[in-house]
Design a protein around this ligand. Sequence first.
Ligand code: FNR
Length: 189
Amino acid sequence: MKVAAIVGSIRKESYNLKLARYIQNRYQHLFQLDVLNIRDLPYYDQDVESAPPQPVIDFKGQVAAADAVLWVTPEYNSTIPGVMANAIDWLSRGDRVMIGKPSWIVGSSMGLLGSVKAQGHLRDILFASGISSPLLPGNEVYIGLVHEKLNEKGELINEITIKYLDFVANNFMLWMKELSQLKQLESQK
Ligand code: FNR
């Protein structure tokens, strides 16, 4: 199974990027996680959306080819970062590649609450008509004080967090299986 990761931070040492890489490595027996490049996306511009620049075409193609999307979000000023909102705006227009594609959200911040406000907003946005993504119910992952929970190699070192992430990754797989069984039943009608 192919999962596309959209990380809401473009800085090299991003904790959320490290978290995405950790998930990629730890659950490689469950799914193939590809971390997508959103750094090269221009600002969303309705004037060019019918013939978008190449980075947009590539990005949307990668999302379209994935079975699901993992959103890995920091929190900026109590919401999602602009780079993530920009990526979502591109995805929501034209061929609207997110419609019906399952999503899973995780996030971290250096504060105590681990991106809880950003994730609340992101959930609402994923239900907007141009995105309409079914979201893994429950299983919310808020990693606060992330700078104390990742070592210099980018590995999680907090046992409770690791166990919880294992539990959620497993639930994500079960949910994906249920969704595909439902799809199969629908197609037999
Ligand atoms: C932050 N940070 C932050 N943290 C938080 O818990 N709630 C918030 O509202 C904000 N707001 C905020 C705004 C801006 C502009 C910046 C740059 C930072 C701190 C944030 O959690 C921290 O910088 C993380 O390290 C950002 O994630 P990455 O880049 O490490 O993935």
